[in-house]
Design a protein around this ligand. Structure first.
Ligand code: ADP
Ligand code: MG
Length: 395
C-alpha cells in the first residue's frame, strides 16, 4: 500500500515549524542588536534583560535559538564561563505560579520534580532560586510567548530582581522575554517594564522580498531541483506578505503547495497549487478559530458575511449589530447587547478573520471604524455551514 515518494520533496521537514535554519535571512540589524545585548554574557558580566516583540512568524524564536546556540558554542573557549539557558514557552502556562514550577522542574532531575499545585508561591520561588544558585554561572531564562501568563505576572517582577533582593549570590540571571502581543508591554506595571524590557528589539513583518529570500533558501533543501515552477515562490511570498508578513505562513503555504502536487501525482508544483493550497489553509485557519468562538461570535461573523454577500461591507458596528439582531432572532437566540457584539467584532479582527478600517471625518464626525471580511466569503460560508449551532441558516 505504501511506497516512498521521491518526486517532489527531498526533505519536507525543512519546511516545518521546529526546523532550525543554519542561517537567518534578512534580519541582520535585529541580530546585530541582539548580539550586542548578549555581549555582557561573554564578558562574564551581569546579563541584560532583553525583550523581543513582533507579530507571530517574524523570526523571534528562531533568532533567539540561533544566537543562543552561537553564544553557548563560543563561550566554550573561555574556561571561566558557564552558561545555562532554559527555554520556556508560556503558551500553556497561564500564571506566574505555573511558570515558576515549570522552571524549577526544568532545573531538576525527573525524580525530584515538584507537582504543579499545592505549594505557596513564595516557596516555589525559593526553590527556583535554590536551583538557579546550584547551577551557578550565567543562567539565561527565555520566556517565549510571555504575554500568555496574563496579568498574573509577579514572576516578571521577581526574577529580574532576584539578585538585587539578595536571593542569588553565585548565579547571574538574565531574562529574555518574547511576545507576539504589542499591548502586553504597555500593560506591564512600570517597575516590571523597566527591568524586563531593559533592552528591546522589535521584529517587523517581512515584506515580499524578505519572504522570497527565506523561501528560496529553504526550498533548496526541501525540494528536488527544478520541481518548483518559477512563479511558486514569488506567489507564496506575495500572499504571505499581503496577509501578515509571517515567514511561518509563507513556509506553510509552500509546504501545502508541494503536498498538493504530491497528492495529485504531478511532477512539478505550479501556480494553481499555490492558489488551491492558500484556499485550504485559509479554510482550516477559519475553522480552527471558529472552534474557539461562542455562538454569538459565530452569529457576529454570520452578520458580517451576510452583509458581504449583499455587497454591504465595510460596515459600521451599528449596522452589523442590527444585522446580528435579526439573524439571532431568526435562529432563536437571545441577542446580546451591542457592546458584547462589539467585543466579538474585536475578537474576530484579532483572529484575522475581519479587517477593521479607520475612517476620520474630521471635527464633524470624528474617528469611526468599519469592518469587512479579511478572508474569502466562500471560505467563511463553508466554514460557518459546519458550525452546529447555526444549522439551518443560509447566508
Ligand atoms: P516567531 O517566533 O516570531 O513567531 P519563528 O521564529 O517561529 O517566529 O519563525 C517562524 C518560521 O519562520 C520558523 O520556521 C523560522 O525558522 C522561519 N523564519 C523566520 N524568520 C526567518 C529568517 N529570517 N530566515 C529564515 N527563516 C526564518
Ligand atoms: Mg515564537
Amino acid at each position: 500500500m505504501f511506497e516512498r515518494d521521491e518526486t517532489i520533496f527531498t526533505d519536507e521537514d525543512v519546511l516545518r515549524e521546529d526546523y532550525q535554519p543554519a542561517k537567518l535571512e534578512e534580519r541582520d540589524e535585529e541580530l546585530e542588536s541582539f548580539k550586542a545585548y548578549l555581549q555582557p554574557v561573554i564578558n562574564g558580566k551581569q546579563p541584560r534583560n532583553i525583550f523581543l516583540y513582533g507579530k507571530t512568524g517574524v523570526g523571534k524564536t528562531a533568532a533567539t535559538r540561533y544566537l543562543l546556540d552561537h553564544l553557548k558554542t563560543d563561550a566554550k573557549q573561555y574556561e571561566d564561563l558557564s552558561i545555562t539557558s532554559i527555554y520556556c514557552n508560556c503558551e500553556d502556562l497561564t500564571s506566574s505560579y505555573q511558570v515558576a514550577v515549570e522552571l524549577v522542574n526544568r532545573l531538576r532531575s525527573p525524580e525530584d520534580r515538584i507537582s504543579t499545585t499545592g505549594y505557596p508561591l513564595n516557596e516555589v520561588y525559593a526553590k527556583l532560586y535554590d536551583e538557579i544558585e546550584a547551577v551557578g554561572g550565567t543562567v539565561l531564562i527565555i520566556l517565549d510567548e510571555v504575554d500568555q501568563i496574563g496579568t498574573n505576572d509577579s514572576i516578571l517582577y521577581q526574577l529580574p530582581r532576584a539578585r538585587a533582593n539578595g536571593y542569588l549570590d553565585q548565579a547571574k540571571i538574565g531574562i529574555i522575554g518574547i511576545s507576539n502581543d504589542f499591548k502586553f508591554r504597555d500593560s506591564l506595571d512600570p517597575r516590571v517594564e523597566d527591568t524586563l524590557c531593559e533592552r528591546e528589539i522589535h521584529f517587523s513583518p517581512y515584506d515580499a522580498t524578505d519572504l522570497q529570500a527565506i523561501l528560496t533558501r529553504r526550498a533548496e533543501l526541501a525540494f528536488h531541483p527544478d520541481v518548483l515552477n518559477s512563479e511558486v515562490i514569488p506567489l507564496c511570498a506575495a500572499f504571505a506578505a499581503q496577509d501578515r508578513g509571517s515567514a511561518r505562513q509563507a513556509l506553510d503555504l509552500l509546504f501545502e503547495s508541494g503536498d498538493l502536487a504530491r497528492r495529485n501525482n504531478t511532477e512539478r508544483v505550479a501556480e494553481d497549487d499555490v492558489r488551491e493550497a492558500r484556499r485550504q489553509l485559509e479554510k482550516r485557519q477559519i475553522e480552527q478559530s471558529l472552534v474557539d468562538l461562542t455562538t454569538h461570535g459565530h452569529l457576529t461573523l454570520f452578520a458580517v458575511a451576510f452583509r458581504a454577500k449583499m455587497d454591504k461591507t465595510p460596515a459600521r458596528k451599528d449596522a452589523i449589530y442590527t444585522q446580528y439582531q435579526s439573524i439571532a432572532d431568526h435562529l432563536e437566540h437571545d441577542p446580546l447587547s451591542d457592546r458584547s457584539v462589539h467585543a466579538h467584532l474585536n475578537e474576530l479582527t484579532m483572529l484575522g478573520i475581519l479587517d477593521r478600517l479607520e475612517f476620520n471625518e474630521g471635527r464633524a464626525g470624528g474617528i469611526y471604524y468599519k469592518y469587512r471580511l479579511s478572508v474569502d466569503l466562500d471560505t467563511v460560508q463553508s466554514a460557518l455551514a459546519e458550525v452546529p449551532t447555526l444549522e439551518g441558516a443560509n447566508i
